[in-house]
Structures are given as C-alpha cells and as structure tokens.
Design a binder for this molecule. Structure first.
Ligand SMILES: Cc1cc2nc3c(=O)[nH]c(=O)nc-3n(C[C@H](O)[C@H](O)[C@H](O)COP(=O)(O)OP(=O)(O)OC[C@H]3O[C@@H](n4cnc5c(N)ncnc54)[C@H](O)[C@@H]3O)c2cc1C
Length: 388
C-alpha cells in the first residue's frame, strides 16, 4: 500500500517543509515554547500557501475538501511543532470544517472567508469542569430572549481560546433530562461582554494552550446559533455528523507527525553518540529499539492513511477512524517514550534536543479528540458487540 506517496502529496510535503524552514525554525520554536504562544502571522503564511482551503468546498472559496492532502499537511506541521499543527487545526478543523457541515448558508458566507484568509480563528468549546467524555451532560445553558440568546456557564480545556476570535460552543438549549435532544451550537465572539478566560498550565501542547472560559450572561444575536432556527436543539446530530470522521483524523496525524520526528531524532542521535568504544547504533539493544519504533511507525502510517483514504473517498469509515485514533495515539506514545528512554537517555530528558518536547506533546494526544477509552467504547458499539 503506497497511498502516502504520490507526486501530489510529495509536492505538498515539500512546500510545507520549505514554509516551516523559513517561518518556523527550531530556534524560534524554542522561544515560542517558553512564551507559550504561536504568532498569528503564521496563519497568513498558511493562507498564502493555499492550505487553509483544504476543508472548504470551492463554492465557498476553498480548494475543495481534500482529506488526504489536509492530513498530510497536518502530519508535516506536527513533525515540526505541535503548536503550529494545533493552530492549523483551529482554522481548518474547529473552524471551516465544522461550519461547512453544521452552519446555515448565511453563516458559511459570513465566517468562511475570514477563516480562508487567515484572519479568523475558532476554538472548540465542548468540555466543561464537570463534563469530559460524556458530552450529552453539558451544563452551559442558552436561553432565547426575543431575537437574542443569553449564554451562561463555563468551558474547560479549550485549546487556543486565548487567541481565538470565536468559540464554537456546545450548549444546553432545553430541558437537561432530554440529554441528547436539547443541545445546540452557538458561535460566541471571544470579545463579547461576559466572556472571560484564563490559561491552564499544561506540561505540553505549548503555543496553543488550554483555557478555562467563563460565560456570564453573554447576550448574542440569535443568528449566531449554528444552523439558525433549524439548528436549535440539533447539536447532538451536528456533533456526531460528517465532520466527526475528519475530527478524529486530525489528532491521529498530529500523533503520527510527532512520532515520525521522534524516530528521526533518535535514529540520528544513535549515530552521533559513542559509548563503550563505538557508536550506540552498533549496540544490539539500541538497534532493536530503533527497529521496533520504525516498525511501529510503519504500522501507524498504514492505519492513519487507510482511515484518511476511506474518509476521502466517502467510504464507510466510522470504525476505521476510531481504530486509527486509538492505535496511532497509543502507539505513537510508546514510540516516543522508547526513543527518549532507550536511545537518547539524559539527552532526551533535557532541553536542547527536541525529544523532551515530543514526550510532553504526545502524552496529550490519547486524551483529547475522544480519549482512547471512548474510542474503544465506540468501536465495540459500532461493531454491534452485545452489551449483555
Ligand atoms: C491538551 C488538551 C487539549 C484539549 N483541547 C480541548 C478543546 O479544544 N476543546 C474541548 O472541548 N476540550 C478539549 N480538551 C478536553 C478533552 O477533550 C477531554 O480531556 C476529554 O474529552 C476527556 O475528558 P476528561 O479529561 O474530563 O476525562 P473524563 O471524561 O473525566 O474521563 C477520565 C478517564 O476515564 C475514562 N472514561 C470516562 N468515561 C469512560 C467510559 N464511559 N468508559 C471507559 N472509560 C471512560 C476516560 O477515557 C479518561 O481516561 C483538551 C484536553 C487536553 C488535555
């Protein structure tokens, strides 16, 4: 299977790498990591490169949804820095892709041009202090008041809320007893009165930090409710709808990119470091670790590209994307930890090399975008395994 190597994909890889070498060299990443920020200007560069339109149909100004190319771009960005991959995901995933699938025509025409130009950034507000995997329990409330809506509640772990222009927010818009039926999405401007946020300090994913977002009686025009009148109380269907398949692919390819970068660094390090009179790549234990991680990386690549190919070609893919997210996130974690612990030793634990950053970043991927346990639940359910 050579789905990951076509002339078109290699051209995209090449142009993304050139962009990263120019705009995102390792010396700058070290500074941005410490400052926990990603410059917004990088989005403009991505717009010029033509990669922001990869989840938007041509009729709205995009380049037509191309899942394979989008995931290749995600992998390349993550191999350089998870911060820039997350920035990209806020635009093409949380923003454009969600709006293409969920929004009214008027809302698509209102928000997509800014996203495509790199002027607008969207955070995704699902989780809450008391709500993790169980999203049907969302407590943040939205009430209708004439032609306005009022939103009150709190969101937690919201990636990039501190740099976003809007938070696409899952809210309870009716009786909580109905769990799945009374949920809606609303686009909340981050500068609206009553919105405040504070960063959460995490060990990794620096650049696009997570945030607690407080919503205190935020009053908005009702046309910010996603899908407008027809979108009321349709939030659960929107959450589980077509965009979900691609949403699972984004963290899958971020994990793949980080794992590939870790293997590359360890592979090279093993040839540069000598102990006991020879390069450590000559010691059998190190050779075996490196053979194992290369093999696991190949398996991750096959899983990821197979799932992306199925989504791209509109084939049934719900189980495949769950399996890819589960397998690649967990295996990439093993790969990175093996490279750090058994090849690079102390140098993988300290700043200077990139490995300590890969470790910090990879540990988040099995948690977000649907945790590994939730993917396992979904695989068993989708494959109709009886519960009793
Ligand atoms: C770096 C990072 C970025 C994030 N970005 C965002 C974001 O932008 N927007 C957003 O909305 N959220 C975001 N999140 C939150 C993320 O989606 C949640 O952490 C995730 O949904 C899991 O929720 P939880 O951590 O509260 O775990 P919980 O749901 O409390 O679960 C705790 C543990 O129990 C397991 N578990 C829970 N229920 C079950 C079950 N039924 N069966 C088996 N096991 C179960 C879970 O897998 C987990 O291991 C982010 C999180 C991180 C770490």
């Amino acid at each position: 299977m050579t789905v990951d190597r076509t002339e078109e994909l290699d051209l995209y890889r090449d142009s993304v790498r050139k962009f990263l070498d120019r705009e995102c060299p390792l010396e700058k990443i070290a500074v941005w990591e410490r400052e926990d920020r990603v410059p917004r200007e990088l989005l403009k560069g991505m717009a010029e490169l033509g990669i922001l339109g990869l989840t938007t149909p041509e009729e709205y100004g995009g380049s037509g949804t191309d899942v394979t190319v989008m995931t290749v771009v995600m992998e390349e960005l993550a191999a350089r820095w998870s911060g820039i991959a997350s920035l990209y995901n806020m635009s093409v995933g949380y923003g454009s892709l969600n709006l293409v699938y969920k929004a009214s025509e008027a809302q698509k025409h209102r928000f997509l041009p800014g996203l495509l130009a790199g002027d607008t950034l969207v955070a995704y507000g699902l989780s809450e202090p008391e709500v993790g995997g169980d999203l049907a329990s969302v407590r943040t409330r939205m009430e209708r008041k004439g032609d306005k809506v009022v939103v009150s509640g709190a969101k937690r772990w919201i990636s990039g809320a501190n740099v976003a222009d809007y938070m696409l927010t899952l809210v309870r818009s009716g009786d909580p007893a109905d769990r799945h039926r009374n949920l809606s999405f609303v686009m909340i401007p981050m500068d609206a009165e009553g919105v405040s946020f504070e960063r959460t300090r995490c060990m990794g994913t620096h650049g696009i930090p997570t945030n607690d977002v407080h919503l205190d009686g935020v009053t908005l025009d009702a046309d910010l409710v996603i899908g407008e009148e027809e979108g009321w109380n349709k939030g659960w269907g929107m959450l589980a709808g077509g965009s979900l398949e691609v949403e699972k692919l984004a963290p899958t390819f971020i994990a793949l990119g980080i794992a590939a970068a870790a293997v590359q660094e360890a592979w090279q390090y093993s040839q540069d470091r000598s102990q006991f009179g020879k390069r450590i790549c000559g010691h059998q234990a190190v050779r075996h670790v490196l053979s194992d991680v290369q093999t696991k990386l190949k398996a991750c690549r096959l899983m990821a590209y197979d799932a992306a190919g199925r989504v791209h070609h509109n084939q049934p893919s719900a189980v495949d994307t769950c399996m890819a997210k589960l397998f690649v996130a967990e295996t990439a974690k093993e790969i990175v930890l093996s490279c750090q612990q058994y090849v690079m030793g102390a140098y993988g634990y300290a700043e200077g090399f990139q490995m300590e950053r890969y470790v910090r970043d990879i540990l988040a991927v099995p948690i977000y975008g649907g945790s590994s346990a939730i993917q396992k639940n979904n695989i068993a359910t989708l494959m109709k395994l009886p519960r009793e």
